[in-house]
Design a protein around this ligand. Structure first.
Ligand code: OAD
Length: 231
C-alpha cells in the first residue's frame, strides 16, 4: 500500500502560524506581489528580507501540534509506504518526528545563494549585507522558498508518487494554488481514493471522494487511528 499526504497552512494554524488568505486579501499586511515574487525581491529586497525574518523568528517560537504528531506516528507505525508532501515552509513536520518531508514550496529555515547556488541552514535574520560563507558574495542570499512565478521543488518525484498511490489525503489547504491544487485529480487518475480534511470544505471539495470538516488537531489523529486499525 502507498499513501500520499499533502498538507497546507491549515495544519500549522493551531500551532500559531497564520494561514495565508486573510479576508483583506493581504498576507500579514503585505501585498503578495511585494513579498512573494522574484519581481518584489528585485524591487525591494530589504522589505522581503524583513518579512521573512519576522516569519522565521515566529516559527522558532511555535511547536508542532497534534496533527503533525499524528502524521509522524503514521510514518512510524504504518506498514505501507507514506509520502508526506507539504506546501508549508515551516519545519513543524520534522520537529514532530516525520522522517522525510517533501517541501514543495521550500523551507524558511534555509537560505540559498543566488550567486553560487548553495543551500544552507539559516536561523538568523537575512539582509542585503549578509555574506555567503561559501562564495564570499554579498547581497546574494535569499530565503530558500518558492515565490509566485517560480517552479516548485520535487515535482517529478511527487507526480510519480501520486500516480502509484492507493490513497491521497489533503489536509488544511484551500486548494487555490497550483500545482498542489491539481494533485487530487492526478491521484484519482492513478486510481487512488481521495480524502480532504479541512476546517471548511476547500475550493476543490467536490473533487474528493470524501471531505471531512473540522480542526486538523482533531481530524488528523482520528483519521490516523483509522488507517492504523485497518492495517
Ligand atoms: P491557505 O491559507 O490558502 O488555506 C488554509 C486552509 O486551511 C483553508 O482552507 C482553511 O479553511 C484551512 N484551515 C484553517 N485553520 C485550520 C485548522 N485548524 N484545521 C484545518 N484546516 C484549517 O493555505 P494553503 O492552501 O496552504 O504558497 O496555501 C497554499 C499556498 O499559497 C502556500 O503554500 C503559499 C500561499 O500563497 C507560496 O507561498 C508559493
Amino acid at each position: 500500500m502507498k499513501g500520499v499526504v499533502l498538507t497546507g497552512a491549515g495544519i500549522s494554524a493551531e500551532s500559531g502560524v497564520p494561514v495565508f488568505r486573510g479576508d483583506d486579501g493581504l498576507w500579514e499586511g503585505h501585498r503578495i506581489e511585494d513579498v512573494a515574487t522574484p519581481e518584489g525581491f528585485a524591487r525591494d529586497a530589504e522589505t522581503v528580507h524583513r518579512f521573512y525574518n519576522g516569519r522565521r523568528r515566529r516559527l522558532l517560537e511555535v511547536e508542532p501540534n497534534a496533527a503533525h504528531l499524528a502524521l509522524a506516528r503514521l510514518a512510524r507505525e504504518w506498514a505501507g509506504e507514506l509520502v508526506l508532501v507539504t506546501q508549508n515552509i515551516d519545519d513543524l513536520h520534522e520537529r514532530a518526528g516525520s522522517p522525510e518531508v517533501v517541501h514543495l514550496h521550500g523551507e524558511l529555515l534555509k537560505s540559498r545563494c543566488t550567486a553560487c547556488g548553495v543551500v544552507r541552514e539559516c536561523r538568523d535574520d537575512l539582509s542585503r549585507a549578509s555574506l555567503c560563507e561559501v562564495c564570499d558574495g554579498i547581497d546574494c542570499l535569499r530565503p530558500h522558498v518558492v515565490w509566485f512565478g517560480e517552479r516548485p521543488f520535487h515535482l517529478g518525484e511527487i507526480e510519480q508518487a501520486l500516480d502509484s498511490a492507493d490513497w491521497f489525503v489533503s489536509i488544511g489547504t484551500s486548494g487555490r494554488v497550483y500545482p498542489a491544487a491539481g494533485f487530487v485529480l492526478a491521484a484519482k487518475a492513478g486510481g487512488a481514493r481521495t480524502l480532504e480534511l479541512n476546517l471548511d470544505p476547500g475550493a476543490l471539495a467536490s473533487s474528493f471522494d470524501e471531505s471531512r470538516s473540522g480542526r486538523a488537531g482533531e481530524l488528523v489523529p482520528a483519521w490516523v487511528e483509522e488507517v492504523l486499525a485497518a492495517g
